[in-house]
Write a protein that binds this ligand. Structure first.
Ligand code: KIV
Length: 277
């Protein structure tokens, strides 16, 4: 396989790397992220200027029609990662580690390696806090870029009893800030923060040196991510408060994705109506 960075020399914007993301945080440039699950959408999202693309286990819900992300397998993620990778030119590709695919350091490493070697992922994301420090440390020791997903962890939906805003109580909020710092010390390169009050989003962002990408975490984080089908108005049923339908007022899928990237970059998304207090 040719080295993508070399293939893409001469492109107007070089491919996004972990250092690009770190630099964007340092420069205060918001990081625009979206999910994608196939090559055609990946190409649209990439051309729109999205910095990071996630092959999320949300595919269990929006592609496979399950009620939760729990049934998604490593093979599912690798398949979708491989097809998404073919559509990308500039964006950084992150793959979700499915439910129970990272219960021990050895298992996590084995599955992360498959996602990178077979799927073409450049970073893996796992849901976890203090209980996953050993796993993050082990992956980082093997130079696997890691994103730690905290706040609302959809894989824990049956334990949580539903998809709910997290960190509203002070003790829980403080624990989340500690978790983010501990995960950074363990070697996490990115923190993804889901469904927390905006004030906590900002506090987590200020507590760590690595980029914090939010989904329902307010405007005070380093970047935003949305599930592609949610922001295109494809997803059926009731959507979380933080979702904005970017197809409204857009004349194509491409212009909706461009409007999203622009709104993230200029700070007009998320607006107060998309935030939790
Ligand atoms: O699976 C996914 O799409 C995610 C996003 C909600 C961030 O984890």
């Amino acid at each position: 396989m040719a080295y993508k960075q070399l293939q893409q020399r001469g492109m107007p914007l070089p491919p996004v790397t972990v250092s690009t993301l770190r630099g964007m945080k340092a420069d205060g440039e918001p990081i625009a992220c979206l999910t994608a699950y196939d090559a055609s959408f990946a190409a649209i999202v990439d051309a729109a200027g999205t910095d990071m693309v996630l092959v999320g286990d949300s595919l269990g819900m929006v592609i496979q029609g399950h009620d939760t992300t729990v049934p998604v397998t490593v093979a599912d993620i690798i398949y979708h990662c491989r097809v998404v990778a073919r559509g990308l030119r500039r964006a950084f590709l992150m793959a979700d580690m499915p439910f129970m695919s990272y219960t021990t350091p050895v298992q996590a490493l084995e599955n992360a390696v498959r996602m990178m070697q077979e799927g073409g992922a450049m970073m893996v994301k796992l849901e976890g806090g203090l209980g996953q420090l050993r796993i993050v440390e082990h992956l980082a020791q093997h130079d696997i870029p890691v994103c730690a997903h905290i706040g609302l962890k959809p894989q824990s939906v049956h334990k949580l009893g539903g998809f709910r805003v997290q960190g509203r109580e002070q003790a829980q909020a403080l624990r989340m800030i500690e978790e983010a710092s501990a995960l950074e010390r363990a070697g996490a390169d990115v923190i993804l923060l889901e469904c927390v009050p905006s004030e906590l989003g900002q506090a987590v962002r200020d507590a760590v040196g690595v980029p914090v990408i939010g989904i329902g975490a307010g405007p005070g984080v380093d970047g935003q991510i949305l599930v592609l089908y949610d922001m295109l108005g494809i997803t059926q049923g009731r959507l979380p408060r933080f979702v904005r339908n970017f197809m409204q007022g857009a004349d194509s899928l491409a212009s909706a994705c461009e409007a999203y990237v622009q709104a993230v970059k200029e700070g007009s998304y998320p607006a107060p109506e998309h935030c939790f207090s």
